[in-house]
Design a protein around this ligand. Sequence first.
Ligand code: GUN
Length: 294
Amino acid sequence: MSARILDGEAFASQIHRETASRVTALAQRGITPRLVFIRVGEDPASRAYVSRKETRAKEVGISSHTMVLPESTPLATLLREIDTLNADPKVHGILIQSPLPAGLPNDQVYARVSPAKDVDGFHPVNFGKLLLGDPTGFLPCTPAGILEILRLGKIPTKGKHAVVVGRGQIVGRPLAVLLARKSAHADCTVTLAHSSTPNLPSITRQADILIGALGRPHFLTPDHVQPGATVIDVGVNRIADASNPRGYRLVGDVDFASVQTIAGAITPNPGGVGPMTIALLLSNTLRAAETTLS
Ligand code: GUN
């Protein structure tokens, strides 16, 4: 058996088309959504991610700009730049690319972004709204993108057992809450497993929906997977590869080649969760701009 591929590029294109048509409608009311990226330092992966997000923003008609600050930027300077963007009515969304250089306190930086412009969904107010089920908040883009993969991939979720492996702040923790919500495309029974979970395969083998979000290359193997399960791979891990000019290649948390022979449906990596994160970022930005009219 070979798993059905959950094509994140195709699903993301569908969302981009909807975003683009709402951007056009908003333009007729005199508003062009604008998203500003802040990149601190020259991390090559961050440069590539931000540039991809800028390209997609342009394709759907969202105006964007990347502010590049040196690695040595003091916290006070970064906070001042955020304050300026918060106060600028022409800016609807602000994204501070993670990871920040060591020494800059993540929590303090992300909490400085106005919740109304926090299209990443990292601000404590938006995190609280997620927990409360308040739909006026912004959902973090990767967990929201995974819900969209399940919806557009027509994966049944109601009453299904979802096992999320990884309890990180950006993906695992919020995703577990979203999957448990009482809503048409969630309503799962959720287990949040992590690096201290004993006998992990015995837990993950109970999953109808298995999500790898722990950041360990090729960690989930057929031993972890119930035949026919839906497997979602969030991981972006570097492994050494002398045959690659960069000296490394990127792999997921799932050993795709072996797991796809027993899973029922699976995300490719790349081409699964990554494009959906960008699609949800842009739809959050559009909504931030639309909200200024109400
Ligand atoms: N770095 C990797 N993914 C993300 C993301 O979704 N948002 C931000 N701000 N940084 C990231």
